[in-house]
Design a protein around this ligand. Structure first.
Ligand code: ADP
Length: 241
Protein backbone atom coordinates (compact mmCIF):
# COMPACT_ATOMS: atom_id res chain seq x y z
CA UNK A 1 0.00 0.00 0.00
CA UNK A 2 1.53 3.31 -1.01
CA UNK A 3 -1.02 5.84 0.26
CA UNK A 4 -1.76 6.35 3.96
CA UNK A 5 -4.04 3.66 5.39
CA UNK A 6 -7.73 4.54 5.67
CA UNK A 7 -8.37 2.31 8.68
CA UNK A 8 -5.39 2.03 10.98
CA UNK A 9 -5.25 -0.39 13.92
CA UNK A 10 -2.08 0.13 15.95
CA UNK A 11 -0.69 -1.94 18.80
CA UNK A 12 -4.14 -3.17 19.82
CA UNK A 13 -4.41 -5.56 22.75
CA UNK A 14 -7.46 -6.69 24.69
CA UNK A 15 -7.79 -8.61 27.93
CA UNK A 16 -10.91 -9.84 29.68
CA UNK A 17 -9.74 -10.20 33.29
CA UNK A 18 -6.62 -12.38 33.20
CA UNK A 19 -7.37 -13.65 29.70
CA UNK A 20 -5.54 -11.79 26.92
CA UNK A 21 -7.49 -12.42 23.71
CA UNK A 22 -5.80 -9.93 21.34
CA UNK A 23 -2.05 -9.38 21.48
CA UNK A 24 -0.41 -6.30 19.99
CA UNK A 25 -2.16 -6.35 16.62
CA UNK A 26 -1.23 -3.91 13.83
CA UNK A 27 -3.33 -3.74 10.66
CA UNK A 28 -3.47 -1.00 8.05
CA UNK A 29 -6.40 -1.18 5.64
CA UNK A 30 -6.39 0.93 2.48
CA UNK A 31 -9.35 2.99 1.28
CA UNK A 32 -11.78 0.72 -0.56
CA UNK A 33 -9.89 -2.41 0.40
CA UNK A 34 -11.61 -5.69 1.37
CA UNK A 35 -9.63 -7.43 4.14
CA UNK A 36 -10.62 -10.71 5.78
CA UNK A 37 -9.73 -11.67 9.34
CA UNK A 38 -9.30 -15.45 9.15
CA UNK A 39 -8.65 -17.88 11.97
CA UNK A 40 -10.15 -20.62 14.13
CA UNK A 41 -13.02 -19.96 16.49
CA UNK A 42 -11.91 -18.06 19.61
CA UNK A 43 -8.69 -16.58 18.14
CA UNK A 44 -9.83 -12.97 18.67
CA UNK A 45 -11.20 -11.89 15.27
CA UNK A 46 -14.56 -10.67 16.53
CA UNK A 47 -12.96 -8.90 19.47
CA UNK A 48 -10.89 -6.75 17.07
CA UNK A 49 -14.00 -6.05 15.00
CA UNK A 50 -15.91 -5.05 18.13
CA UNK A 51 -13.12 -2.63 19.07
CA UNK A 52 -13.31 -1.04 15.61
CA UNK A 53 -17.10 -0.75 16.01
CA UNK A 54 -16.77 0.66 19.54
CA UNK A 55 -18.49 -2.13 21.45
CA UNK A 56 -15.24 -2.91 23.28
CA UNK A 57 -12.44 -0.58 24.41
CA UNK A 58 -8.86 -1.70 23.71
CA UNK A 59 -6.63 -2.41 26.72
CA UNK A 60 -3.79 -0.80 24.76
CA UNK A 61 -3.35 0.69 21.29
CA UNK A 62 -5.35 2.96 19.02
CA UNK A 63 -7.69 2.90 16.02
CA UNK A 64 -8.13 5.64 13.46
CA UNK A 65 -10.24 6.16 10.34
CA UNK A 66 -9.01 8.58 7.70
CA UNK A 67 -6.57 10.10 10.18
CA UNK A 68 -9.17 10.63 12.94
CA UNK A 69 -8.57 8.81 16.23
CA UNK A 70 -11.77 6.90 17.07
CA UNK A 71 -10.41 4.64 19.85
CA UNK A 72 -12.69 6.04 22.55
CA UNK A 73 -15.68 7.29 20.53
CA UNK A 74 -19.12 5.80 21.14
CA UNK A 75 -20.33 3.38 18.43
CA UNK A 76 -22.94 5.94 17.29
CA UNK A 77 -20.19 8.54 16.67
CA UNK A 78 -18.21 6.34 14.29
CA UNK A 79 -20.51 5.97 11.26
CA UNK A 80 -19.58 2.34 10.80
CA UNK A 81 -21.92 -0.24 9.22
CA UNK A 82 -22.07 -3.75 10.63
CA UNK A 83 -23.65 -7.08 9.64
CA UNK A 84 -23.72 -10.03 12.02
CA UNK A 85 -24.05 -13.77 11.54
CA UNK A 86 -27.69 -13.90 12.60
CA UNK A 87 -29.66 -11.38 10.66
CA UNK A 88 -31.05 -9.42 13.60
CA UNK A 89 -33.61 -7.61 11.45
CA UNK A 90 -36.44 -5.97 13.36
CA UNK A 91 -39.23 -8.57 13.05
CA UNK A 92 -42.11 -6.10 13.28
CA UNK A 93 -40.78 -3.76 10.57
CA UNK A 94 -41.04 -4.18 6.80
CA UNK A 95 -37.92 -4.56 4.68
CA UNK A 96 -38.13 -0.89 3.70
CA UNK A 97 -38.51 0.22 7.32
CA UNK A 98 -35.64 -2.01 8.40
CA UNK A 99 -33.38 -0.44 5.79
CA UNK A 100 -34.47 3.08 6.70
CA UNK A 101 -34.26 2.52 10.46
CA UNK A 102 -30.84 4.08 11.06
CA UNK A 103 -31.69 7.09 8.93
CA UNK A 104 -34.92 7.66 10.85
CA UNK A 105 -33.05 7.50 14.16
CA UNK A 106 -30.57 10.03 12.75
CA UNK A 107 -33.45 12.41 11.94
CA UNK A 108 -33.15 12.25 8.15
CA UNK A 109 -36.31 13.55 6.43
CA UNK A 110 -38.92 11.22 4.93
CA UNK A 111 -38.26 11.96 1.27
CA UNK A 112 -34.53 11.40 1.68
CA UNK A 113 -35.17 8.11 3.56
CA UNK A 114 -37.52 6.90 0.81
CA UNK A 115 -35.01 7.63 -1.93
CA UNK A 116 -32.13 6.02 0.01
CA UNK A 117 -34.24 2.92 0.72
CA UNK A 118 -35.08 2.63 -2.97
CA UNK A 119 -31.41 2.99 -3.87
CA UNK A 120 -30.45 0.27 -1.34
CA UNK A 121 -33.18 -2.12 -2.57
CA UNK A 122 -31.82 -1.73 -6.08
CA UNK A 123 -28.28 -2.33 -4.83
CA UNK A 124 -29.27 -5.67 -3.23
CA UNK A 125 -31.56 -6.46 -6.18
CA UNK A 126 -34.71 -6.94 -4.07
CA UNK A 127 -36.94 -3.97 -5.02
CA UNK A 128 -40.02 -6.20 -5.08
CA UNK A 129 -39.67 -7.11 -1.39
CA UNK A 130 -39.94 -3.63 0.13
CA UNK A 131 -43.22 -4.27 1.96
CA UNK A 132 -42.47 -7.81 3.14
CA UNK A 133 -41.64 -8.68 6.73
CA UNK A 134 -38.42 -10.52 7.69
CA UNK A 135 -40.25 -13.80 8.39
CA UNK A 136 -41.43 -13.84 4.76
CA UNK A 137 -37.84 -13.84 3.45
CA UNK A 138 -35.27 -16.59 2.94
CA UNK A 139 -32.07 -16.51 4.99
CA UNK A 140 -30.08 -15.18 2.05
CA UNK A 141 -32.62 -12.42 1.42
CA UNK A 142 -32.54 -11.47 5.09
CA UNK A 143 -28.77 -11.10 4.97
CA UNK A 144 -29.02 -8.91 1.88
CA UNK A 145 -31.51 -6.70 3.74
CA UNK A 146 -29.15 -6.59 6.74
CA UNK A 147 -26.40 -5.46 4.35
CA UNK A 148 -28.67 -2.77 2.87
CA UNK A 149 -29.57 -1.58 6.36
CA UNK A 150 -25.88 -1.33 7.28
CA UNK A 151 -25.07 0.59 4.09
CA UNK A 152 -28.04 2.97 4.09
CA UNK A 153 -26.41 5.63 6.33
CA UNK A 154 -23.39 5.66 3.96
CA UNK A 155 -20.88 4.41 6.53
CA UNK A 156 -17.15 5.03 6.17
CA UNK A 157 -16.30 1.41 6.96
CA UNK A 158 -18.28 -1.84 6.66
CA UNK A 159 -17.73 -4.64 9.20
CA UNK A 160 -19.04 -8.10 8.35
CA UNK A 161 -18.94 -10.69 11.15
CA UNK A 162 -19.40 -14.20 9.72
CA UNK A 163 -22.36 -12.94 7.65
CA UNK A 164 -22.64 -16.14 5.61
CA UNK A 165 -22.11 -18.77 8.31
CA UNK A 166 -25.77 -19.41 9.05
CA UNK A 167 -26.69 -19.94 5.38
CA UNK A 168 -26.67 -23.13 3.37
CA UNK A 169 -23.76 -23.84 1.04
CA UNK A 170 -25.30 -22.88 -2.27
CA UNK A 171 -26.58 -19.51 -1.11
CA UNK A 172 -23.29 -18.86 0.65
CA UNK A 173 -21.35 -19.05 -2.60
CA UNK A 174 -23.69 -16.78 -4.54
CA UNK A 175 -23.82 -14.26 -1.70
CA UNK A 176 -20.02 -14.14 -1.55
CA UNK A 177 -19.96 -12.85 -5.09
CA UNK A 178 -22.82 -10.49 -4.49
CA UNK A 179 -21.30 -8.94 -1.37
CA UNK A 180 -17.99 -8.49 -3.13
CA UNK A 181 -19.67 -6.88 -6.17
CA UNK A 182 -21.59 -4.42 -3.97
CA UNK A 183 -18.45 -3.64 -1.96
CA UNK A 184 -16.50 -2.88 -5.11
CA UNK A 185 -19.34 -0.93 -6.62
CA UNK A 186 -19.45 1.37 -3.56
CA UNK A 187 -15.69 1.29 -3.01
CA UNK A 188 -16.33 0.88 0.71
CA UNK A 189 -13.49 -0.15 3.02
CA UNK A 190 -14.51 -3.54 4.45
CA UNK A 191 -13.41 -6.02 7.09
CA UNK A 192 -14.84 -9.51 6.79
CA UNK A 193 -14.49 -11.91 9.73
CA UNK A 194 -14.60 -15.61 8.92
CA UNK A 195 -13.25 -18.99 10.04
CA UNK A 196 -13.73 -20.31 6.47
CA UNK A 197 -10.46 -20.37 4.50
CA UNK A 198 -12.11 -20.69 1.11
CA UNK A 199 -14.39 -17.74 1.81
CA UNK A 200 -11.48 -15.51 2.87
CA UNK A 201 -9.21 -16.53 0.01
CA UNK A 202 -11.88 -16.16 -2.67
CA UNK A 203 -13.31 -12.80 -1.60
CA UNK A 204 -10.48 -10.64 -0.29
CA UNK A 205 -7.87 -8.18 -1.48
CA UNK A 206 -5.84 -9.24 1.54
CA UNK A 207 -6.23 -11.77 4.33
CA UNK A 208 -5.05 -11.44 7.92
CA UNK A 209 -4.57 -14.86 9.53
CA UNK A 210 -4.90 -14.96 13.33
CA UNK A 211 -4.11 -17.58 15.92
CA UNK A 212 -4.57 -17.28 19.69
CA UNK A 213 -4.85 -13.50 19.67
CA UNK A 214 -1.83 -12.90 17.43
CA UNK A 215 -1.54 -12.00 13.77
CA UNK A 216 0.31 -14.81 12.01
CA UNK A 217 0.43 -13.28 8.53
CA UNK A 218 -1.13 -10.54 6.41
CA UNK A 219 -1.01 -10.90 2.63
CA UNK A 220 -2.88 -11.31 -0.60
CA UNK A 221 -4.76 -14.60 -0.99
CA UNK A 222 -2.02 -15.81 -3.36
CA UNK A 223 0.74 -14.92 -0.87
CA UNK A 224 -1.09 -16.63 2.00
CA UNK A 225 -1.86 -19.72 -0.03
CA UNK A 226 1.44 -20.10 -1.90
CA UNK A 227 3.83 -18.70 0.69
CA UNK A 228 2.48 -19.26 4.19
CA UNK A 229 4.94 -17.63 6.59
CA UNK A 230 4.30 -19.88 9.59
CA UNK A 231 3.46 -23.53 10.07
CA UNK A 232 0.14 -22.47 11.57
CA UNK A 233 -0.85 -20.61 8.40
CA UNK A 234 0.30 -23.52 6.24
CA UNK A 235 -1.77 -25.96 8.30
CA UNK A 236 -4.83 -23.78 8.55
CA UNK A 237 -4.98 -22.77 4.92
CA UNK A 238 -3.85 -26.21 3.77
CA UNK A 239 -6.87 -27.83 5.33
CA UNK A 240 -8.96 -26.42 2.45
CA UNK A 241 -11.43 -29.06 1.38
P1 ADP B 1 -13.34 -15.30 17.26
O1 ADP B 1 -14.12 -14.16 16.69
O2 ADP B 1 -12.01 -15.49 16.61
O3 ADP B 1 -14.13 -16.58 17.31
P2 ADP B 1 -13.58 -13.85 19.74
O4 ADP B 1 -12.93 -12.55 19.50
O5 ADP B 1 -15.06 -13.92 19.71
O6 ADP B 1 -12.96 -14.95 18.77
O7 ADP B 1 -13.13 -14.40 21.17
C1 ADP B 1 -11.76 -14.51 21.55
C2 ADP B 1 -11.68 -14.99 22.99
O8 ADP B 1 -12.18 -13.97 23.85
C3 ADP B 1 -12.50 -16.23 23.27
O9 ADP B 1 -11.77 -17.04 24.16
C4 ADP B 1 -13.73 -15.66 23.94
O10 ADP B 1 -14.30 -16.60 24.82
C5 ADP B 1 -13.17 -14.48 24.69
N1 ADP B 1 -14.14 -13.39 24.91
C6 ADP B 1 -14.77 -12.67 23.95
N2 ADP B 1 -15.57 -11.73 24.50
C7 ADP B 1 -15.46 -11.87 25.84
C8 ADP B 1 -16.03 -11.20 26.98
N3 ADP B 1 -16.89 -10.18 26.83
N4 ADP B 1 -15.67 -11.61 28.22
C9 ADP B 1 -14.78 -12.62 28.38
N5 ADP B 1 -14.19 -13.30 27.37
C10 ADP B 1 -14.53 -12.94 26.12
Amino acid sequence: MTEAPYLSIKGISKSFGALQVVRDADIAVGRGEFVSFLGPSGCGKTTILRMVAGFETPSTGSISIDGRDITYLKPSQRNIGMVFQSYALFPNLTVADNIGFGLRVAGVNRAEIASRVEEMLALIKLPQLAERFPWQLSGGQQQRVALARALAPRPTVLLLDEPLSALDAKIRVSLREEIRAIQQDLGITTIFVTHDQEEALSMSDRVMVMNQGRIEQIGTPAEIYNHPSTSFVAGFVGTLS
